[in-house]
Design a protein around this ligand. Sequence first.
Ligand code: LMR
Length: 387
Amino acid sequence: IFDALALQPADPLLSVIGAFRADPRPNKIDVGVGVFRTETGETPVFRAMKTAERRLLETQDTKAYLGPEGDIGFFQALRPVVFGAADPGERVFGLQTPGGTGALRLAAELIAQARPGARVFLGTPTWPNHPPILKKTGLEQVAYRHFDAETQAVCFDDVVAALESAGAGDVALLQVCCHNPTGADFTVEQWHEIARILGRRGVLPLLDLAYQGLAEGLDADAAGVRIVLDQVPAALIAYSCDKNFGLYRERTGALFGIAASGERARIAHSNVLALARAAWSMPPDHGAAAARIILVSPELSADWRAELAEMRDRIVSMRELLGTIDPAFAPLARQHGMFSTLPLSPEQVRRLREEFAVYMPNSGRINIAGLTRGNVEAFVRAVKSVL
Ligand code: LMR
């Protein structure tokens, strides 16, 4: 049976991990895959997470199944972090998912089930896994320009034109903060305009919230969610705890849905449960259980928020330092989160890898958290020599 299969290319982003590891050069620089790193190059487990995991180990007395919704306490404890004072109450439905990817896939399946002809509008460039996830569910994709690499800014006129061309029942996939791969986020004013268009045209927002807390702060980073929810009757939010809880390999996320009424939410909820059951039956428990322990403990929550602020400060200071070393990098200080996309060709990316041991995907995306005070000048010199 497998004779019929064609060889698939390795994932271009994940293959950077292996290529970097195999390089013996001591001064190699990894600005590839999106994991946070400290000034000394580590991706540590959060202090609060270590304590929560210890508590979990001591108190968990069974590994029996929870059900397709996963850890309900985790889902509920995350609600105030996402919605703040704007929680839509009984109109909210959803469940714990295996990472933000699981949430996105389930969201796309729910949309395809509810409205098979829906088109999904997505700005480019985007996270390279967005299009394949949507493709699996057969939804039509409409791409528009989100970002101009030369000016390093959002092409807001293109965003508005695309959303104005969407019809009732179409979907807009929007990244809420720390845009992957460009770092170019919408301003609060732009979110208000987007929200008005979505509301007026009856477009369903599918909001990808994968980096809450890494741009300006937990509340500020959720502004897009809260502004949009003020204008639309229904929405979906794909949430990832990979970065802001440092849970990467534990695959911890959630799908939040908001329906027009409590009754509609109840029906939509039964649909996501059935879809999850058929996809993965139940999500992995550990990461969500430990995140719940943090979220319900005022003391652990405070420490988690403090460590998140330290991470955010480090990213901001590296962005500022890049601009200080070379003014050509100054626009990166206006961007948010771990990623920026430099105007580099695949050939220039190859030269950076081969001649300077600087690793990034062919798209020219860099992970700012891969830079340190010790390597940033060498990084800038390397980029300047291939440009
Ligand atoms: C990234 O974009 O580097 C991360 O989100 C990892 C991934 O799964 O692609």
